[in-house]
Design a protein around this ligand. Structure first.
Ligand SMILES: O=C(O)CCC(=O)CC(=O)O
Length: 375
């Protein structure tokens, strides 16, 4: 299958972040931002069909945002990326909203920039698609600066990309915008969502982003003064700051839970011992184990402690077991309950494993509670 043209940067082991472009542009829209984000993420930016380096034949007349989202998922699949953070501008943002509504299991976090849950109905886009199918893109590209940028700013490369886009693919993308309306699905979005609006954006003014922010539970809205429709190109620093804060949230939240469960002493020690070599691993633990798994309310912290103790016994990780016996006490398990968990591991993990586990737990409980853990 032909894939969307894309550019990947950043460590392959870093959390994936996909960046989507707006109509008429290419992944060059992210030139000022992607290299910065790739310090902490595996950044994959992609081109719309018939734009940049993507084949025009990837979309046909009557295309939908769902079709574009399917192409993005095919790209992610081809790169072995199951779950990813996503940021998109305008049509690229609509793709992100579609994924959040229809394929939430694929998204860890979403940023929708200068975009909307609807693009003012089908009329203007049907007209634009017909114009481009008839006359090509030259006229529209000539006017691009006024639609995309504020205050005489321009990015010649992006305007050139607009001029060079394939008219039929561009028109098919207009068809997708014409049919797009997710307003009545926004209250079901569960992925952490950031909205970024350009105060000077004539295409998707702040009211469009505010409408999403008001409907999506827990969403955050940032409005950028001086930014028009292509905020990542015109105000890259402000957009980068907003994206960093949003996509770094998992690590912050995870660190708070990590401290609650493992205690400040342990976490401070781990932080002090951190080196450039281990920093990525420490960040991964905070963000993923603590920011995603331990924060998931489906199971209580007591239940998670019981599962974790069992898994550590099963694999003979006695140093980690000692740490998690302390965590289990902090999560409310009594010494008797910890003993009952370890007794059960004797059945499912084996008596020698449980024997070592009891010795470890007895030592820790004696230190923690100043008792001999029931003798
Ligand atoms: O180029 C424009 O006129 C803006 C088009 C729009 O709002 C959709 C997009 O940028 O993806």
């Amino acid at each position: 299958m032909t894939l969307l043209n894309h550019h990947a940067e950043g460590p392959v082991s870093a959390p994936p972040l996909l960046l989507g472009p707006s109509l008429g542009t290419s992944y060059a829209l992210w030139d000022e931002i992607a290299p910065e984000l790739s310090i902490s993420h595996r950044v994959v930016r992609w081109d719309l069909p018939g734009h940049g380096g993507s084949a025009a034949g990837l979309v046909q007349e009557g295309a939908t945002v769902g079709d574009l989202a399917a192409l993005v998922l095919a790209l992610a699949d081809s790169l072995g990326i199951e779950r990813f953070a996503y940021a998109g501008v305008s049509l690229g943002g609509a793709v992100g909203l579609h994924l959040a509504v229809h394929r939430p299991e694929r998204l860890s976090s979403l940023a929708v920039i200068c975009s909307s849950a609807h693009f003012n109905g089908s009329g203007p886009w049907e007209k634009r698609a017909a114009l481009v199918r008839r006359e090509g893109l030259t006229g529209l590209a000539d006017d691009a600066d006024a639609r995309w940028f504020a205050g005489g700013f321009t990015v010649p490369r992006l305007v050139q990309d607009h001029r060079d886009a394939d008219p039929d693919a561009y028109a098919a993308c207009c068809d997708a915008l014409a049919a797009f309306d997710l307003r009545d699905r926004l209250d079901g979005v569960t992925v952490p969502t950031l909205l970024v609006a350009g105060r000077e954006d004539p295409a998707t003014p702040p009211a469009h982003l505010r409408e999403i922010a008001d409907a999506v539970p827990g969403a955050t809205l940032v409005e950028l003064p001086g930014a028009s429709h292509l905020a990542p190109a015109q105000c890259p620093k402000a957009v980068l700051t907003a994206l960093r804060a949003h996509f770094g949230q998992g690590a912050l939240q995870g660190m708070a839970v990590r401290r609650e469960v493992l205690g400040d002493t342990h976490v401070d020690r781990a932080q002090t011992r951190q080196t450039p070599f281990t920093a990525r691993f420490q960040d991964f633990i905070s963000r993923y184990a603590w920011g995603e798994i331990w924060t998931d309310p489906t199971l209580s912290r007591r239940e998670r402690s019981m599962i974790t103790l069992t898994a550590l016994v099963a694999h003979g990780h006695y140093d980690e077991l000692a740490m998690h016996v302390r965590a289990a006490r902090r999560n409310g398990l009594t010494p008797e309950e910890i003993g009952a968990v370890l007794l059960q591991t004797a059945v499912y993990c084996g008596v020698p494993a449980a024997n070592s586990a009891f010795a470890t737990a007895q030592r820790v409980l004696a230190e923690e509670d100043g008792t001999s853990a029931g003798g």
